[in-house]
Design a protein around this ligand. Structure first.
Ligand code: PMP
Length: 377
C-alpha cells in the first residue's frame, strides 16, 4: 500500500488519460473526456450517497434525482413539449425494431418503411414478423450510396406509420430532412445522429436512439413518443415491451440500466454547457467539412457517398489503391488514430465523428491522410 493511495490513484488516472487515442469507432464510441473524468472521480461514492452508482438501488432517491435530471436536461436540449413521453430502456435499438411494430402496427393495417441501409432492413425484418409492411422506397440496388428522395416514396396515406433511419451508420449517408408524410405518424431510428443537430421534435411521432454513439455507453436506448399514440399495442405484447406501461412507470417498470442512465445524464449536462444542440451542430459541421474538403481535392482517396446525403457522423472513404488499406490502418494506429476500418459491406475506411470526437482528432486524421498520400501517392 502506498502512504497516500488517492494521490497514487490520481497519478495513474492522469497517465491513463494521456494514453488516450482518437477513437473513430462507429459505436460504442468515444465519450467526452470531462464525463469520463467525473465518472472516475465519483465512481467509489456518489456525492451524498456513500455508495457507487453501480451499487445503488434504482428506487433510491439519489437515482431518482439522476433519472429526473437526465430527462429534464434532454427535454431542454431538444425543446420537447409536454405531450411527448421520454422512456429510458434497455435492449438496444434493435429491440425498437420490434417494439415499434408491437405498439403501432395493428393486425388489420400496414406500415411504410423507407429502406436506406442495413439497419432499416433489420427494422423491416422484425416488423414483418408482427404485421404487414410496405416498402415505400429502397436504394439497395445502388449500394445505399444515397437515401431515397421524397418523390420516390410510395407512401400509403392509410399507413399506421412511416419508419425511416435518419443516419445510416454503415453507408455514411444522412437524410438531409425528414420525409414529408402528411398526417401519418413518423417513426425515426436516430441511433447514429441523435443530438448531433437541431431537430423539430414536433415532426415526429416516435424517435428512438441506442445510446452507444452520441448518448453514453451501450445498454441504454432512449425513446421519445407522442403520448396520444400510446395504449393500443398488439394483444400479445408483453408488458415490458409496452411503451404505455414503461411511460406510466417513468422508465421504472423494471430495473433500468442505471449506470448507462447516469452517464447519459452527464453527457446531457456536457452538451448543455457546450451551448446546446445549435452549437453542437456547428461543431459537427466544421468537423465533417475538414474531412470532406480534403476528400474532394484528392484523387488518392474517394468518397463513395452522394454529396447531398453525406453524413456528418460516419464518413466512409476508400483508397484508390485498395492494396494499401492494410498499411493505412497500421500506420494510422501508430499515429493514435484507431478503429478506422470500414464496415465489411462497404470496404475501405470509415471515420465516425460523433459529438464527443474533438476537432483536434479530426485535424490529426486529415494531417495523417495527407502524409500517407505524400508517402504513397
Ligand atoms: N440502428 C442504427 C442506425 C445503428 O447504427 C445500429 C447499431 N450500430 C442499430 C440500429 C442497432 O443498434 P443495437 O446494437 O443497439 O441494437
Amino acid at each position: 500500500m502506498t502512504a497516500n493511495p488517492s494521490a497514487a490513484t490520481a497519478a495513474v488516472a492522469a497517465s491513463r488519460a494521456a494514453e488516450r487515442v482518437y477513437n473513430f469507432n462507429p459505436g460504442p464510441a468515444v465519450l467526452p473526456l470531462p464525463v469520463l473524468e467525473e465518472v472516475q472521480r465519483d465512481l467509489l461514492a456518489l456525492p451524498g450517497a456513500g455508495m457507487s452508482i453501480l451499487e445503488i438501488s434504482h428506487r433510491a432517491k439519489e437515482f431518482d434525482a439522476i433519472l429526473g435530471g437526465a430527462e429534464a436536461d434532454l427535454r431542454k436540449l431538444l425543446g420537447l413539449s409536454e405531450n411527448y413521453q421520454m422512456i429510458f430502456l434497455g435492449g438496444g435499438a434493435s429491440l425498437q425494431f420490434a417494439m415499434v411494430a408491437m405498439n403501432f402496427l395493428p393486425g388489420d393495417g400496414s406500415a411504410d418503411y423507407i429502406i436506406s441501409g442495413h439497419w432499416a432492413q433489420q427494422a423491416v425484418k422484425e416488423a414483418k414478423k408482427l404485421g404487414k409492411v410496405n416498402i415505400a422506397a429502397s436504394t439497395e440496388t445502388e449500394g445505399f450510396v444515397r437515401v431515397p428522395r421524397q418523390e420516390e416514396l410510395r407512401l400509403d396515406p392509410g399507413a399506421a406509420y412511416v419508419h425511416f433511419t435518419s443516419n445510416n451508420t454503415i453507408y455514411g449517408t444522412e437524410a438531409p430532412a425528414e420525409p414529408e408524410v402528411g398526417g401519418v405518424p413518423l417513426v425515426c431510428d436516430a441511433s447514429s445522429n441523435f443530438l448531433s443537430r437541431v431537430i423539430d421534435p414536433g415532426k415526429y411521432a416516435l424517435i428512438y436512439a441506442g445510446a452507444q454513439k452520441n448518448i453514453g455507453p451501450a445498454g441504454l436506448t432512449i425513446v421519445i413518443v407522442r403520448e396520444d399514440l400510446l395504449g393500443q399495442p398488439l394483444p400479445t405484447t408483453p408488458s415490458v415491451f409496452d411503451y404505455k406501461v414503461q411511460a406510466e412507470a417513468d422508465s421504472m417498470h423494471n430495473t433500468p440500466p442505471t449506470f448507462a442512465v447516469y452517464i447519459a445524464g452527464l453527457v446531457f449536462q456536457w452538451l448543455k454547457k457546450l451551448g446546446g444542440l445549435k452549437k453542437m451542430e456547428e461543431i459537427n459541421a466544421a468537423k465533417a467539412r475538414l474531412v470532406y474538403d480534403y476528400l474532394d481535392q484528392t484523387e488518392f482517396y474517394h468518397s463513395p457517398v452522394a454529396r447531398e446525403d453525406r453524413s456528418r457522423m460516419n464518413i466512409p472513404f476508400t483508397l484508390r489503391n485498395a492494396a494499401l488499406d492494410g498499411e493505412f490502418l497500421k500506420q494510422a494506429e501508430r499515429h493514435g488514430l484507431t478503429q478506422l476500418k470500414g464496415h465489411r459491406s462497404v470496404g475501405g475506411m470509415r471515420a465516425s465523428l460523433y459529438n464527443a470526437m474533438p476537432i483536434e482528432g479530426v485535424h490529426a486524421l486529415v494531417a495523417f491522410m495527407r502524409e500517407f498520400e505524400r508517402n504513397h501517392g
